[in-house]
Ligand binder design. Sequence first.
Ligand SMILES: Nc1ncnc2c1ncn2[C@@H]1O[C@H](COP(=O)(O)OP(=O)(O)OP(=O)(O)O)[C@@H](O)[C@H]1O
Length: 274
Amino acid sequence: MNVMTEKTLEEAVSTRMSGEPNEAIKMKGEKVTVHYGEKQALFGVDLDVREKQVTALIGPSGCGKSTFLRCLNRMNDTVPSARVGGKITLDGEDIYDRAIDVVELRARVGMVFQKPNPFPKSIYENVAYGPRIHGLTKTKADLDGVVESSLKKAALWNEVKDRLHEPGTGLSGGQQQRLCIARAIAVSPEVILMDEPCSALDPIATAKVEELIDELRQNYTIVIVTHSMQQAARVSQRTAMFHLGYLVEEGATDKMFTSPDDKRTQDYITGRFG
Ligand SMILES: Nc1ncnc2c1ncn2[C@@H]1O[C@H](COP(=O)(O)OP(=O)(O)OP(=O)(O)O)[C@@H](O)[C@H]1O
């Protein structure tokens, strides 16, 4: 875990990327519980995700951040022992309703993982895959256009435009992660979930991805799990602090990092535990 002194914390908050907050609620979790078999991992979490803002989920290891994140696009459905309770809505619609098509939900709520995981295919094919299986484009020219615009939005186009047919796995780690972001963007998601997207990247690649996250916020709602307090302070507008499966508190990032209400948040962000 990153230990931050009060001073570096203040610096991170003051250099945080700014912007006018949008108060619309895109996703809403109400009394969310998760059990893995007998073990309960989340206890009645109530958390709103605001539209076109970055919400950071922070807290010590094992406190349920990834579990909550994975509830937002039903990735926990793929874990046989997982049982999800409570309610989660996307634009007011219950995503756990029987009528929901999970494949379509995961296109609307995309995900970027901790370790860049491009398919063992070309750069072009990595991005084209989603639009193709979702039938989003009619012609090859349309598909080429989506691939180009997705790579541009992921700030990768200039680096790969002359090698689109080379393997995605041949890119650097930071480029691979931006490729995974382009792949998520290609199906026009509304929400992008990111589970520690920079933990496998060096500081320069991390800075690029952080800049990209700030740009993406103009068009997408983002929820990011991070262990880096500097990163949460730099990229997010809202921060939610988890501890032992409970949501301790949630609020504007500036406030959470300067005068949190709960002592556990204060202790965690200043490196006293975790
Ligand atoms: N597939 C699983 N099967 C059983 N238990 C799990 C599974 N996934 C997570 N857990 C447990 O649920 C709890 C919450 O885990 P989770 O990964 O959500 O925490 P986290 O806050 O994201 O942790 P970290 O910061 O270390 O990634 C932990 O006790 C973990 O061991």
